[in-house]
Each structure stands twice: as C-alpha cells, then as structure tokens.
Design a protein around this ligand. Structure first.
Ligand code: G3H
Length: 233
C-alpha cells in the first residue's frame, strides 16, 4: 500500500527562490530513507527552476500550482503545460478551492485535458469530480491525483475526521468505478487535504480510500512535511 501513497506539499504563495531551494534541500535530507511513497513539492512559478535544479537526480517530484491550457500565444501572464514540463514539472495542481474562491475559476476540466499528468480536481465532491474528469481516458485518470479538501478545513487547524474523509473518498472512488471500472478506480490516488499535520496524518492515511495527503501549511517547514511523509511507511 505504501507505493500507492502520495504526498504533495503545496507551498501556496510562499518562499523566495532562495528559501524554496533551501527548503527542498532540507527536505531531501530528511526523507532520504523514504523510497516507497511519492513525494511532490509545489513551489510558486518563480521557484520552479531553482527547485528543479536542487531536486535533480533525486526522487522528490515537482509540481506547479496552476496552468493554462494553450501551448503558446497572446495570453499575458499565463504558463502552458509544455512550459511546466520543460522546467521539470511532473504534476500541476488544478482546480484548488483557493483558485475558485479568489480568482473565480471554474475551468479545471480544460486544464486537466491539456495536462498529461495533473494535480487535483474538486472540493465540492460529485459535481467537481464529474466536471473535472469529463473526457479523460482511463490512462489519463490513472496518472491523475484527486484531492478532497473540505474548504472549512483548509488552513484552519480543523481537519476532517478520518471517518469523514473516508466517507467522501469512498464516494469519489465509487464515481470513478462507475465511469471507468473498479480496476481503474483502484489505481487512482485520492489524497485528503485540509489541516494535515504530523499528529493527525497517521489516522487519516490509515483509511482504506485515503492514498496520501495534499499538505499546505505543514509543508512550509521541511521537518513537519517530512514527519507527515514518514508517518505510515
Ligand atoms: O493545498 C493544500 C490545502 O489547501 C491544505 O492546506 O494544509 O494549510 O490546510 P492546509
């Protein structure tokens, strides 16, 4: 089960280039003995290149926090999927509730369709999941990570209980099972996010349909993110 666990550190709007490189360098040291779970960090755009260089040759993977669906053109301020791959990203976070809340985003499906390995879809579960994955093939969905984050749990210190998380994760998996197949659904990683910390991660991740965590605040320090990553395996 460890190989199925994935932990993303979403640094949100934090860290200068120098701070980002220092954070990921410390993290690499702290998780050097972790080989069986997937670890991903998501710096701001300006930190991607420096973090990619710091990570070169290691197992920690890189994600961006947003993407636009066009390859290139007159779209001032945007970044394309190919550009993110070019700088070393394997993932991108899509449809985070903060994008919806502060930037009125509703277009995660267009982004997901254009990003070969992508990040998250959805907070308000059924509609967001269904809208987010429309048109994704079985191959595409199995390389997508879905994160369930109750908005009231984000940055508040109040996490969902393990039972609450499991109930929603099971719902998401059953939707995937109906749309694709039970086999495909079992391969999709479904992360929990919302005030995940070293002292609550174990109970959340112990749930059968919780396949890791999307961590905000606790990923901004190497020690606490490393403790979360090491909590199960
Ligand atoms: O992307 C991460 C989440 O929004 C969770 O943030 O761990 O600070 O609650 P948080």
């Amino acid at each position: 089960r460890c190989e199925h666990q994935s932990f993303v550190g979403n640094w949100k709007l934090n860290k200068t280039v120098r701070e980002a490189a220092a954070l990921v360098t410390s993290l690499q040291t702290l998780v050097a003995d972790v080989t069986d779970v997937e670890i991903v960090v998501a710096p701001v755009f300006t930190g991607l290149s420096a973090v990619a260089q710091a990570l070169a040759g290691g197992d920690i993977r890189l994600a961006a926090q947003d993407v636009f669906w066009e390859d290139s053109g007159a779209f001032t301020g945007e970044v394309s999927p190919g550009m993110l791959k070019d700088v070393g990203c394997d993932y991108v976070i899509i449809g985070h509730s903060e994008r919806r809340q502060y930037f009125s985003e509703t277009n995660e499906n267009a982004k997901a369709l254009r990003s070969e390995r992508t990040g998250k879809t959805g907070a308000v579960v059924k509609d967001h999941v269904l809208n987010g994955i429309v048109g994704l093939s079985a191959d595409q969905i199995t390389s997508t990570v879905i994160a369930y984050e109750p908005v009231w749990a984000i940055g508040t210190g109040h996490n969902a209980t393990p039972d609450q998380a499991q109930e929603v994760h099971a719902l998401i998996r059953s939707l995937l099972s109906e749309i694709y197949s039970p086999d495909v659904a079992s391969q999709v990683r479904i992360q929990y996010g919302g005030s995940v910390k070293p002292d609550n991660a174990a109970a959340l991740i112990a749930q059968p349909d919780v396949d890791g965590a999307l961590v905000g605040t606790a990923s901004w320090e190497a020690e606490s993110f490393a403790q979360i990553v090491k909590v199960v395996c």
